[in-house]
Design a protein around this ligand. Structure first.
Ligand code: HEM
Length: 344
């Protein structure tokens, strides 16, 4: 009995969720995490905004068909893929960083590491680069999916117009709690948004008020100067930082902004409209350390959504393209003897 309890106590450390494992590639591709980190660091040096892009890319991967790299697949002549759905195009970024990481990883360990895992590592590395070295271990062993459709992205990604109830529903359908939702929304402490995600709050908001009365008037004035009413039509690429105070730093200022009516989206503001969600916001305003601890935990939980493992899916050779039938077959037949698959 004693040893049974001991084994149970050890379980969460090594095996989290559906078979993902910290150190999954320790034998088959020991350099993978270094190679991904180098690719992310090189891209970050060139454009620090890429870190926010990669964190969001992982989130959008995980919420649509699970964390299976399906967000990375390109559209083809007979399929519009997730990345070309309205919530993703033109705003998602970081695809070329994953391509660079995959190229380096394929050169070191051919046909071994999934694109989904590379993306999960890259999100972690982005958090470390923006969050004062905040880091965590990423359980790995995800396999890549072979399906990516625009409709799945539209159906599963939360909208910036969402109410609190819609947001909670969206996250609980992915086995994440309301608290996980508030905690993960803190990622809006870094990065940018295109105007069309928040102009609903600035122009023709309601019959009673042109501007959303819950947004700070000074902030609304600033946002209007960045995004004129016709910006979606004439300036579709214009963006605004999501955290006014520290736009490049992963910290709890997002919550401080929220509490001072400086939230950007209707969906951000929604976190104040429900007593339970607001209690979490207030907790994180006061305690950056506590939020960071919960944030990395929720990131790991998010990284576990509906993952493919074992013999499911494939190890995509090019993250943008599903393997052709023969390549997929070849992978399946070579996997048993190949050192690349010894942990499956
Ligand atoms: C709670 C529901 C959420 C909604 C409605 C939402 C919505 C959005 C929208 C509309 C944008 C701006 C896109 C643009 O127009 O450029 C954005 C950006 C961003 N989101 Fe979220 N998001 C949510 C949750 C999350 C979560 C859970 C994460 C990560 C854990 C995340 C990370 C980010 C990041 C880092 C950016 C900035 C991206 C960049 O700079 O390229 N969001 N989000």
């Amino acid at each position: 009995m004693k040893s049974f309890i001991f084994i149970l106590a050890l379980l969460p450390v090594t095996a989290i969720g559906a078979g993902l494992k910290v150190g999954f590639y320790s034998k088959s591709c020991p350099s993978v995490e270094t190679l991904v980190q180098q690719a992310v660091a090189a891209a970050f040096k060139n454009n620090s905004g890429i870190a926010a892009g990669l964190i969001r890319l992982h989130f959008h991967d995980c919420f649509v068909r699970g964390c299976d790299g399906s967000v990375l697949i390109d559209s083809t002549s007979n399929n519009t893929a997730e990345k070309d759905a309205a919530p993703n195009n033109p705003s998602l970024r970081g695809f070329e960083v994953i391509d660079a990481a995959k190229k380096a990883v394929e050169a070191a360990c051919p046909r071994t590491v999934s694109c989904a895992d590379i993306l999960a590592f890259a999100a972690r590395d982005s958090i470390a680069l923006t969050g004062s070295n905040l880091t965590y271990k990423v359980p790995a062993g995800r396999r890549d999916g072979r399906v990516s459709t625009k409709q799945d992205a539209v159906n599963n990604l939360p909208s910036p117009l969402s109410t609190a109830a819609e947001l909670v529903g969206n996250f609980t359908r992915k086995n994440l709690t309301a608290e996980d939702m508030v905690v993960l929304s803190g990622a809006h402490t870094v990065g940018r948004s295109h105007c069309n995600s928040f102009t609903n709050r600035l122009y023709k908001f309601s019959n009673a008020s042109d501007v959303d009365p819950t947004i700070s008037p000074g902030y609304a004035f600033l946002l209007k100067s960045i995004c004129p009413s016709n910006s979606s039509q004439f300036f579709p690429n214009t963006t605004a930082a999501m955290d006014l105070m520290t736009p490049g730093a992963l910290d709890n200022r997002y919550y401080l902004g929220l509490a001072n009516n400086l939230g950007l989206f209707t969906s951000d503001q929604a976190l104040l409209t429900n007593a339970t969600l607001k209690a979490s916001v207030d907790e994180f305003v006061k305690n950056d350390k506590k939020w960071k601890k919960k944030f990395v935990k929720s990131m790991v939980k998010m990284g576990d959504i509906d993952v493919l493992t074992g013999t499911q899916g494939e190890i995509r050779l090019n993250c943008r393209v599903i393997n052709s039938g023969s390549a997929a077959l070849e992978l399946t037949t070579t996997r048993t003897g190949s050192s690349g698959f010894d942990q499956i």
